[in-house]
Design a binder for this molecule. Structure first.
Ligand code: ZN
Length: 334
């Protein structure tokens, strides 16, 4: 079915986010509550309007309000055409009716954003005192070795600036490239930048993706090609850490947050992988996401970290033997 403006307007007006997102409470013209994608208590924000609700997550979003169609695309891993062709009220068919694929941002956005990410990666490798401090943070707090930073083009943006029609916040830059195409640039903002934004009466969140990014892409998807096993984790930093402790032929991927499910574009990458291991955070959002992932990927099994660690980074910070644990999980012994 083709999208048309009438069904789009109808869908936007008829689907109230307050009806489909649990735990929202009213605050003036807004609804506020936990994010269905990444949890929390009050980071998910809905602007209620007759012609269609708009939503924003202060943690996993890109700093902009999105409409109901974007919400359904991200929640269900569907494309625009699938969402508009299939009203939200109708239960999802068990077989995907349309094998539509997600599309990357426009080429000119990709060029500008990728060259900014490359500049940030160069900065991080440089010998300035600031770059050294950031490398120490990534090494000591995030448990990332230099080779990991290099392989994933992780960088640091020392000052906020305009890139590709958006604002690239100061912080650690994490580009997501698949098959040579750039899907997003996520930024883990600095505490200083967040404090400055607050003083200026703005709010800057811990994660602020460059505008124009297509979040909900599969980070590390390329590594699934030819892989025998894969761990699915909640965020990029965990994917980077765990990637350091798995044997060759084992991939670690993430959709960037707990609640984003892989659509057709990304499910294809899992098709030939024998062993799919879901390692979602041990919190409400993670547990809710687990069932939805297993609905999408019935072959997938769940794994748990020892000692009640919330995620891989926590486990590693506590001195956990990640390599030994991962090897046991891969043998099926955990
Ligand atoms: Zn969120």
């Amino acid at each position: 079915m083709l999208a048309n403006s009438q069904t789009m307007a109808g869908l936007k007006g008829a689907t109230r986010l307050g009806d489909i997102v649990p735990g929202l409470r009213r605050a003036g013209q807004y609804l506020i509550g936990p994010c269905p994608f990444c949890g929390g208590r009050d980071r998910f924000n809905v602007k209620v309007a007759d012609d269609g609700d708009l939503w924003l997550c202060r943690q996993c979003g890109d700093g902009r309000y999105h409409d109901v169609i974007d919400f359904l695309m991200r929640r269900d891993g569907r494309t625009f055409a699938e969402v508009v062709g299939q009203p939200a009220a109708r239960p999802r068919a068990s077989a995907a009716p349309v094998a539509a694929l997600a599309t990357t941002p426009a080429d000119d956005w990709q060029c500008a954003a990728l060259s900014a990410a490359a500049e940030c990666a160069n900065y991080l490798r440089g010998d300035s005192a600031d770059a050294g401090k950031v490398r120490a943070y990534l090494r000591d707090d995030r448990k990332l070795i230099d080779a990991t930073l290099h392989d994933h083009m992780i960088g640091f943006n020392p000052a906020g600036r305009h890139v590709a029609g958006g604002w690239l916040a100061p912080g650690v830059t994490i580009p997501c490239t698949v098959d040579g195409r750039l899907w997003y640039v996520q930024v883990r903002t600095t505490a200083t930048a967040r404090a400055e934004a607050k003083d200026a009466g703005r709010r800057l969140d811990k994660y602020h993706a460059l505008k124009g990014s297509r979040l909900g892409a599969l980070f590390n998807a390329d590594r699934l090609i030819g892989a025998a096993a894969v761990f699915v984790v909640e965020g990029e930093f965990d994917a980077l850490v765990l990637g350091q402790y798995v044997p060759p032929g084992v991939a670690v991927v993430t959709m960037g947050s707990a609640g984003s499910l892989p659509g057709n574009t990304w499910l294809r990458y899992f098709a030939a992988v024998r062993d799919i291991i879901l390692l979602l955070d041990d919190d409400d959002a993670g547990r809710a996401a687990l069932g939805r992932w297993q609905e999408r990927l019935p072959r997938a099994r769940a794994a748990r970290l020892p000692d009640g660690s919330k995620d891989v980074t926590d486990f590693r910070r506590a001195g956990g033997a990640v390599w030994t644990w991962a090897a046991a999980v891969l043998r099926g012994a955990s």
